[in-house]
Design a protein around this ligand. Structure first.
Ligand SMILES: Cc1cc2nc3c(=O)[nH]c(=O)nc-3n(C[C@H](O)[C@H](O)[C@H](O)COP(=O)(O)OP(=O)(O)OC[C@H]3O[C@@H](n4cnc5c(N)ncnc54)[C@H](O)[C@@H]3O)c2cc1C
Length: 522
């Protein structure tokens, strides 16, 4: 090994650049040219550190804990790079997004949107509106069928078509920095050695320590999405993305919803977002109690009773949606010297490396934002790095979407966040009565706000509350990523009568009064 590394060093000196070589190293350990035996993981690390581009073929063994989006993205990339993968899952194949997260929630939200439009729309004078009868059992069956179909096509069939991915059912924990113990359903435990390991264990609903809550039949998002009925009265504790999305969906499907938020809605974001959404919710009949904490909860005669500073609130169902806690307890991370933060999240750098060289982490179990596309992008990059390449995850232009109606979408920095970073900014907020698409829709709730750096005029952040905000934000994300100025954005062609045209109009407000423009922003 020593000789080999010396040779690599000499090669690098001669060429003046990182060299490229192919190494066949099929077993977990091999005899080096020096006196010691070398573990393949250590070998790859040393080659990478020495500046070599190192594509490892011939059986690098990667253990992946979890089978969600982060895990699958990593597994697919790792086998493409020639590795052998063992994927360990204790629950349902596919993890959160497909089974109990993005997919079922977006189906339920869309059904609720249709129900809402049937009972109320801006065109009710010309199209008679009628409160629809909701058959939740049928809606749920439809939702679950699509979930099952996507789990099959996006997860199960991928396992079936990749021989190099072995799937193991069980609960994994670290024994040391190169070995896992896997407890199967029978309780029997087996050991699994690895060259590299990816922790992709996701997160679970956080449950606040409210007196009386434990032992009551409260819902988390999982039970709410699988409910066979729509409760007449629903109390929601929390102001997370999941809280606001499900609060509005249940309200539109017929529940009388009360939402208790410890602060304002979206308190970490631009204040205009929370103010707009709270107003929209109240207009729809959702009671939003800001700065309100449930002090005690009782469940008596199939009814929840919540005491707060507003007195007693009674509800048939209680949804707890106060964020998600990383699944790291019981993983034995201390045995492998993997560092976690105060929330229990695995600390990773932008290359998804943990504090232990052979161990990487991706997705909701880490200190990165909890979105499925972040988990998947992290998984892919972790796989590249685990197999000897170099890839970093850049989150500076990460779009985020909340699927309320109107939707909330953001990218980059808010005005306050930019100021905290010491960036001097100028911003413009365009109300939707200036956007032709919103006028044509007879729905001018919301705004588009642009944040630009003073001096360079570069766009560094966008916040939008509009219908279709999730679609328009990707254009904003590209503009932020490519360091466009607001003038460049204002100068682009945007199709007329689209919501994304609002971005151009908002950019134009930096230099002119959009009210003075003709119909199309030129
Ligand atoms: C209601 C809801 C709606 C959402 N909507 C969206 C959305 O619209 N857009 C979006 O981007 N994101 C959304 N998310 C978030 C998104 O679902 C997650 O960010 C994403 O699924 C995380 O993927 P992951 O791979 O990190 O973990 P997961 O998909 O959670 O997978 C982790 C897996 O690891 C397994 N596991 C844990 N510990 C062990 C162990 N010790 N041994 C073996 N297996 C283990 C778990 O059983 C689980 O299957 C939503 C989440 C929820 C709850």
């Amino acid at each position: 090994m020593t000789h080999l590394l010396q040779w690599i060093g000499r090669l690098g000196d001669k060429t003046g650049a990182a060299a490229r070589m192919s190494v066949n190293f099929p077993q977990s350990t091999a005899d080096g040219l020096g006196p010691q035996r070398i573990e393949r993981g250590e070998y790859v690390t040393k080659l990478t550190i020495s500046g070599m581009t190192c594509h490892v073929r011939g059986g690098l063994h990667i253990a992946i804990i979890g089978s969600g989006s982060g895990a699958f993205a990593a597994a697919i990339r790792a086998v493409e790079e020639g590795a052998r993968v063992t994927m360990i899952e204790r629950g349902t194949l596919g993890g959160t997004c497909v089974n109990v997260g993005c997919v079922p929630s977006k189906i339920m939200i869309q059904a609720a949107h249709v129900a809402h439009l049937r009972s109320s729309s801006p065109f009710d004078d010309g199209i008679s509106a009628q409160a629809p009868a909701i058959n939740r059992k049928k809606l749920f069956a439809q939702q679950q069928a699509r979930v099952d179909e996507l789990r099959q096509s996006k997860y199960q069939s991928i396992l079936e078509s990749h021989e190099a991915i072995e799937w193991v059912r069980g609960q994994a924990r670290f024994v040391d920095g190169h070995t896992l113990a896997i407890a199967g359903e029978s309780g029997a435990e087996r050991r699994l050695g690895f060259d590299r390991c990816l922790i992709a264990t996701g997160a679970r609903p956080a449950i606040p320590p409210i007196p009386g809550l434990e032992g009551t039949p409260y819902w988390t998002s999982t039970e709410a999405l699988a409910s066979a009925t729509i409760p007449a009265r629903l109390a929601v504790i929390g102001s997370s993305v999941v809280a606001v999305e499900l609060a509005q969906a249940f309200a539109r499907l017929g529940s009388r919803v009360t939402l208790l938020a410890r602060s304002t809605l979206f308190f970490r974001e631009d204040p205009a977002i929370g103010e707009t959404l709270a107003r929209v919710f109240r207009d729809e009949g959702i009671e939003v109690l800001e700065y309100t904490e449930a002090q005690r909860i009782e469940y008596i005669e199939e009814e929840f009773r919540l005491s707060s500073k507003h007195g007693e609130l009674r509800a048939d169902r209680l949804l707890i949606a106060t964020g998600r806690t990383p699944n790291t307890r019981g993983l034995g991370l201390d045995m492998a010297a993997v560092e976690i933060d105060q929330r229990g999240a695995v600390v990773v750098d932008d290359q998804l490396r943990t504090s232990t060289p052979a161990i990487y982490a991706a997705g909701d179990c880490t200190n990165q934002p909890q979105f499925v596309y972040v988990a998947a992008a992290a998984g892919t990059r972790a796989a590249i790095n685990m197999t000897g390449g170099v890839a970093a995850l850049d989150l500076r232009a990460m779009p985020a979407v909340v699927f309320t109606d109107p939707q909330v979408a953001t990218v980059g920095l808010s005005e306050a966040a930019a100021k905290l970073e010491g960036i001097e900014v100028e911003s413009r907020l365009l109300t939707l009565d200036n956007v032709p698409r919103a006028l044509a829709n007879f729905d001018t709730r919301g705004f588009i706000k642009l944040v630009a750096e003073v001096g360079s005029n570069r766009l560094i952040g966008v916040q939008a509350v509009t219908s279709q905000a999730g679609e328009l934000i990707q254009s904003a994300a590209l503009a932020v990523h490519h360091r466009m100025t607001v003038d460049e954005l204002a100068d682009r062609l945007f199709p007329y009568l689209t919501m994304v045209e609002g971005l151009k109009l908002a950019a134009q407000t930096f230099t002119r009064d959009v009210k003075q423009l003709s119909c199309c922003a030129g």
